[in-house]
Ligand binder design. Structure first.
Ligand code: SF4
Length: 332
């Protein structure tokens, strides 16, 4: 990716929480880029740090107990880490916005849809109430909300899950931000609505040009939507590649495990059991030494228990954090 084409450039992002046992680092040295109009995935199991990465980028980690630091987080040339809380508040909704997993908890139950979806416009523009109503109506049509005029005065509980999520996307895009962060936006929806929402997001990216960071545990969504992907494990990126490279030559044992655990439509019922990665994501307060994945890795070598691997470039921007691909591999 050329520097000119880079919208978001995250370098060495670290997020820590204070705990009784000392600081717990939930995001540890995360670096990635998002090009203008691109869709970049963050994928991993629950507890891998992907949602915390998103909240850190949005400046939504409560402090205290959280602390965010980074070498830089450049959004279109502005370093978000250098902004005051007030300046960051002005960026949110206008230049960078977020769609959450469960709209029922993210939406305000006592405000109508027009009040909520129009709120970013009343904060960031001096449009009249009438102009805001027109914009919200137009955005409801764009995101495929049927009978949009009738829904403007609806409360969240009066809409189905799919319509609430469409309304959240409308709210996220109403100011035409440069970047939309979508945190598992379809997890709570049935498969048909899920497919509609994903198609809608790609169509909006094509029409409005908004870049998207797509957070998901589902590699199927990554394959369908993303241009590039970052696989996260225990707070770190363990593999980074174009979607084509990741699926063509997955190089980290964790990525290979995630891919192997996708059910295949061609497998007969009652045939082979579904593959899964043994064990669970480690407690971030008690990380294993060496490679954080070593207790679950079938390829672990002696060095893996002693020394943490760094990200190694495999070519074409494909990077992997694993001793199998490091020149020192296997030599403690
Ligand atoms: Fe497995 Fe070792 Fe690679 Fe970690 S560094 S993923 S333990 S082979």
């Amino acid at each position: 990716m050329t520097e000119q084409g880079t919208l978001l450039s995250v370098r060495n992002l670290r997020t820590e929480f204070k705990s009784q046992r000392g600081p717990v680092r939930v995001v540890d040295g995360v670096s990635f880029d998002v090009g203008h109009g691109k869709i970049v995935g963050l994928v991993g199991e629950s507890g891998s740090g992907k949602s915390m990465t998103a909240l850190s980028l949005m400046g939504l980690v409560p402090s205290p107990p959280g602390t965010i630091s980074a070498d830089s987080v450049l959004l279109d040339g502005t370093d978000l880490t250098r902004l005051t809380a007030d300046q960051m508040r002005r960026k949110r909704g206008r230049d960078i916005s977020m769609v959450f997993q469960e709209p029922m908890t993210a939406l305000n139950p006592v405000k109508t849809m027009i009040q909520q979806v129009g709120e970013p416009l009343s904060i960031h523009t001096d449009l009249s109430r009438r102009a805001i109503r027109e914009k919200v109506l137009h955005m409801f049509e764009t995101v495929g909300i049927p009978e949009p005029a009738a829904r403007l005065k609806a409360y969240p509980h009066e809409l189905s899950g799919g319509l609430r999520q469409r309304a959240m996307i409308a709210m996220g895009l109403i100011c035409e931000p440069k970047l939309l962060i979508a945190d598992e936006p379809t997890t709570a929806l049935d498969v048909t609505t899920q497919a509609q929402i994903l198609r809608l997001m790609v169509a909006l990216r094509d029409r409005v040009g908004t870049a998207i960071v797509m957070i998901t545990h589902d590699l199927g969504i990554i394959a369908e939507m993303c241009d590039e992907v970052n696989v996260m494990y225990a707070g770190q990126i363990v593999e980074q590649a174009s979607v084509f490279d990741l699926f063509d030559r997955p190089s980290h044992p964790y990525t290979r495990g995630l891919l192997a655990s996708i059910p295949k439509a061609t497998e007969k019922r009652g045939g082979n059991r579904l593959n899964s990665i043994p064990g669970v994501v480690p407690n971030l307060a008690k990380l294993p030494g060496g490679c954080r994945f070593h207790p679950r890795c079938g390829d672990a070598m002696p060095i893996c228990k002693i020394k943490p691997p760094e990200l190694t470039e495999l070519g074409n921007g494909h990077k992997v954090r694993c001793w199998l691909h490091d020149k020192q591999g296997g030599t403690p």
